[in-house]
Write a protein that binds this ligand. Structure first.
Ligand SMILES: Nc1ncnc2c1ncn2[C@@H]1O[C@H](COP(=O)(O)OP(=O)(O)O)[C@@H](O)[C@H]1O
Ligand SMILES: [Mg+2]
Length: 360
């Protein structure tokens, strides 16, 4: 039921009209009606209030008063009709706004629901990924052991047989066994590369940062290719400072240098290989330049991708895994440097990498 204060106010307005016969007090009704609307009291409530108040006031009064009240009633009801219209309009506007709001809310709710589903899917996916990652690590760990050991013994024993330690070999046997040994070596290199790639991709590679002389390391790698270059009739030169101490991962740096020099030797049939080591600001820069087959411009981008071996015309496919440059790039990046290649088909290539003097 309506609030008592409002009924009281209403009674006062009507009483003033009856007592003083002052029609002006009727105008107060419109103000009153507005107050009611502001409090969300609809026209039905007003009419209900009006009739109950009137019947109470008119009781026991004479005819004149009754007529007066009837007139007042007329005016009031008209006023209320107007109020009712306004109220109706307000109500409609509100309900349409409400409907829009409802649609909007539903939309948001639906989106929230979708988001929740998506989130759950991602969470599930993450768990699955973690499981898979673990499985992958376990697989690689066991593969590294299970495969490396027998392959190493194949290499070792074929070596022993080839050395003639268990009896003389004829030419054909020697040829076949050498092929076995080379294939096993290739397989071992492939396994080692794959293990390295998996480790790097899983972010599980442990760097061993320490100071070492890069100049000496480059010389050591160059010397290790002496036989290979001589066999192919290639010249190899090295320009380097007396000493270039850097703080980085020596084993990984050696891996990169080995790969660049071995590629240069592998892809060069005649001419020379020039290795250069310099210091540039806070970086050490090493380049390997060859007079080999070269690489087409459109193939340059592919070089550093996994398993990419770029064919060159009129040349048999070389042995290799296609992982060397990919690994080298990962390692150099990990150590804070860059690696890039320039090349011209038929003329040769230059592979260069940089490393910060101090790994941070
Ligand atoms: N010095 C080079 N001259 C010509 N081509 C090269 C040279 N170095 C690399 N490449 C090309 O890039 C490919 C990828 O090299 P790499 O990742 O080291 O793999 P792999 O040596 O096992 O083939 C090589 O197969 C070759 O096509
Ligand atoms: Mg290689």
């Amino acid at each position: 039921m309506t609030d008592n204060k409002l009924i009281q106010q209403y009674k006062e307005i009507i009483s003033t009209y009856i007592e003083k016969e002052d029609e002006r007090s009727l105008y107060e009704v419109s103000g009153f009606a507005r107050a009611c609307l502001a409090q969300d009291l609809g026209p039905e409530t007003l009419v209900e209030m009006h009739s109950s108040v009137l019947s109470e006031l008119v009781e026991g009064r004479d005819t004149e008063v009754r007529e007066l009240v009837a007139r007042a009633n007329q005016v009031l009801l008209e006023g209320m009709m107007t109020c009712g219209l306004v109220y109706q309009e307000l109500l409609e506007r509100k309900s349409s706004e409400y409907k829009a709001l409802e649609v909007y809310t539903k939309k948001i709710e639906k989106q929230a629901e979708q988001l929740k589903t998506l989130y759950n899917e991602i969470a599930d996916g993450n768990i699955r990924l973690q499981e898979l990652d673990q499985l992958k690590s376990m697989f690689i760990a066991s593969m590294s052991h299970e495969l490396r050991t027998p392959i190493n013994s194949i290499i070792g024993f074929t070596g022993i047989i080839l050395q003639g330690l268990v009896g003389e070999l004829n030419e054909e046997q020697r040829k076949q066994l050498t092929m076995v040994k080379n294939s096993a070596k290739h397989l071992l290199a492939l396994i080692n590369d794959v293990i390295d790639v998996s480790k790097i991709e899983a972010g599980k590679i442990k760097l061993a940062i320490e100071e070492f002389d890069l100049s000496a390391l480059v010389l050591e790698v160059k010397d290790s290719f002496e036989v290979a270059t001589e066999e192919k009739g290639l010249k190899m030169s090295l320009k380097k400072p007396e000493k270039l101490t850097i703080k980085s991962d020596e084993r990984r740096t050696k891996q990169v240098i080995m790969n660049l020099v071995s590629n240069a030797v592998k892809f060069t049939d005649e001419g020379k290989i020039e290795i250069k080591l310099t210091k540039k600001d806070r970086m050490a820069e090493m380049s390997v330049k060859d007079t080999g087959v070269g690489i087409k411009k459109e193939d340059l981008d592919r070089l550093f991708k996994a398993f990419s071996q770029v064919p060159s015309e009129g040349r048999p496919k070389q042995e290799g895994t296609g992982l060397g440059l990919y690994l080298s790039k990962k390692i150099v990046k990990l150590l804070g440097g860059e690696i890039w290649a320039e090349s011209e088909v038929g003329k040769g290539s230059v592979f260069t990498f940089s490393l910060p003097l101090k790994y941070e």
